[in-house]
Ligand binder design. Structure first.
Ligand SMILES: N[C@@H](CCC(=O)N[C@@H](CS)C(=O)NCC(=O)O)C(=O)O
Length: 207
């Protein structure tokens, strides 16, 4: 049994939960808010969520966790077997994660937690978000899935990263990053109906 630590409100926690459901893994959810307390730092060295526990050992960082899950439960595969296509999936994942989600996240305190961020941060976030979105638009396929023919790790990152970044962008800049690209909007809808993702969203709503 794997322990999944974190909170359901976290997009990366949700992503890992969807992967574990799709892979048919036996897991339990353990509520663990992001803190700098010793017990949490032992699981996740930055104190962030999610992390997993396996036989008393711990692993953090969603990409590392996804890699581990794919190794212990290879089906359904998160990456194509062709090395080039697999690397292209990872390229897309990195741009979604680092150049869209992580950029939008700078405004998270104001967008979702009632704090304020500086005008400088807002201006630089909006400009860099535009650049990140353009980068993703240049390489995303969306026919029928984010990176091509099959559902891959890129679809999970698209769904959970764009979901959060879209909320932030709408609140901060009055712009939907999803509506800007009809192909991505259609894929997001399709992914929302994917059973594991629909289950994660429903359980998040009930808290
Ligand atoms: N790079 C990490 C990011 C995880 C992350 O940003 N988690 C957020 C919640 S979605 C968090 O714990 N934030 C609290 C903090 O930054 O201290 C991953 O991919 O797992």
């Amino acid at each position: 049994m794997i322990q999944l630590y974190g909170l359901r409100l976290s997009n990366y926690y949700s992503l890992i939960k969807a992967l574990m459901i799709d892979k048919g893994l036996d897991f339990e959810e353990v509520k663990a808010p992001p803190t700098q307390k010793d017990d949490n730092l032992a699981r996740t060295p930055m104190g962030k969520m999610p992390s997993i526990g396996v036989d008393g050992k711990y692993l953090s960082e969603s990409l590392a966790i996804a890699q581990y899950l794919d190794a212990i439960a290879p089906q359904p595969a998160l990456l194509p077997s062709d090395p080039w296509q697999a690397a292209k999936v990872m390229e897309l994942v990195y741009h979604i994660k680092l150049d869209v989600e992580l950029v939008a996240r700078r405004c998270l305190p104001e967008a979702l937690f009632g704090q304020s961020v500086s005008e400088e941060t807002k201006t630089s976030t909006q400009a860099e978000l535009k650049r990140g979105l353009a980068a993703v638009n240049r390489i995303i396929v969306c026919e029928p899935y984010a990176a091509g023919n099959t559902l891959s790790l890129a679809d999970y990152y698209l769904y959970f990263c764009y979901g959060l970044a879209d909320v932030i962008s709408q609140k901060m800049f009055n712009e939907s990053i999803i509506a800007q690209n009809p192909d991505i909007a259609a894929l997001m809808q399709k992914l929302a109906a994917h059973p594991s993702i629909a289950q994660v969203d429903a359980e998040q709503a009930e808290k």
